[in-house]
Design a protein around this ligand. Structure first.
Ligand code: HEC
Length: 317
């Protein structure tokens, strides 16, 4: 995952005011409404209130996080990542999921139209999220705000920068910059059916699992390559083996084969690095010497790099 500094050159309010002045001097009315407001919510990363009807943030993990959203008044949750939403847990709290997954390369028009349909027809406030609430979720929330809150494209771009959306995801910025609200005909063609769960491609499903294993491995690394505090169920060597198995699975998917030779080569390279991570984890567990630790640190770093390099060439554009 690309990590991005969360700071920006201007504080959000100043940027919004500047954008408003720019509009006013161009002879247009500035868009009313306050700047997005960061919120602190237990179990939810990067939460913001964009308007009384629209929120953005990370995956609400567990019932407590969902309950916190409920307390904010949220009635509809829009997920745009590949993880299967916990539809039942949301329902028990009287909220409804809409699952409209997108990639890191942009917001496809048909998903954008459905997002607007969701904002128009389902009860608000609506909480829009991806995994960490930094890249895809904010882009989807921007589309919703442009359609339902009258946001200009400058204001939407300011919001992406505030949320920390990486400039490397050019497709996300471009989808927002080029977004035009759907026509009545497009909305009609999209229909009223908004899925609570969507099928995602097999490679996305595998990547969601890769990401879970990698999150666990990052926690393992932080804990000095031991089971992380409060997670005795995490066996470091088993996690590394799982990662290796997932790459093997990925290499056999028709979806991967269809992406061509270069992709399969990168998958094989990632698999080899995961294999080395697994072996060095097992060696360190057996004999925690300084040499074994050096080898493990190096293989962990190399495995992390392989995520970024494959995404840069095959996912993010
Ligand atoms: C060999 C290439 C490759 C490697 C290595 C790789 N990925 Fe991916 N990953 C992809 C591709 C391609 C996609 C997008 C698939 C799509 O949208 O159809 C993706 C998508 C994802 C997604 C988005 C899933 C969603 O919700 O849509 C996450 C998260 C992810 N990868 C995490 C990781 C992590 C963490 C690692 C390293 C431990 C990793 N990936 C290694 C190719 C790779």
């Amino acid at each position: 995952m690309t990590s991005t500094p969360k700071s920006r050159s201007l504080p959000p309010l100043a940027a919004t005011l500047l954008a408003a002045f720019a509009l006013a001097s161009a002879g247009q009315e500035p868009t009313p409404g306050a700047a997005p407001e960061p919120l602190k919510i237990e179990g939810v990363e990067n939460a913001f209130r964009l308007s009384p009807n629209l929120y953005s943030g990370g995956d609400p993990r567990g019932v407590e996080a969902l309950t916190a959203l409920k307390k904010l008044g949220v009635r509809t949750i829009l997920s745009v990542d590949g993880v299967e939403p916990d539809v039942e847990a949301a329902r028990r709290l009287g909220m409804r999921y809409v699952h409209l997954p997108i990639g890191y390369d942009g917001v496809p028009r048909e998903q954008a139209v459905r997002m607007v349909q969701a904002v128009r027809t389902l009860p608000g406030p609506i909480y829009v999220h991806c995994h960490h609430g930094i890249h895809r979720g904010p882009a989807a929330a921007a589309v919703c705000a442009m359609a339902s809150e009258g946001w200009s494209d400058e204001r939407a771009a300011d919001w992406l920068r505030l949320a920390g959306t990486s400039a490397d995801y050019r497709g996300l910025y471009e989808s927002v910059r080029d977004f035009a609200p759907p026509t009545a005909a497009e909305l009609e063609a999209a229909g009223a059916e908004l899925p609570e769960r969507s099928e995602v491609p097999a490679l996305v499903e595998t990547m969601v699992k890769v990401d879970e294993r990698w999150d666990a491995l990052k926690a393992v690394q932080k804990a000095g390559f031991k089971p992380p505090a409060g997670r005795p169920d995490v066996d470091p060597t088993a996690e590394a083996l799982q990662l290796l198995e997932l790459y093997r699975e990925a290499s056999r998917l028709p979806d991967s084969k269809a992406r061509g030779e270069a992709f399969l080569e990168q998958t094989a390279a990632a698999e080899a690095l995961a294999d080395e991570l697994y072996r060095s984890m097992a060696a360190y567990a057996k004999q925690p010497s300084p040499e074994a630790l050096d080898r493990l640190e190096a293989s962990f770093a190399a495995a992390g790099k392989s995520c970024k390099s494959c995404h840069a060439s095959h996912r993010d554009r």
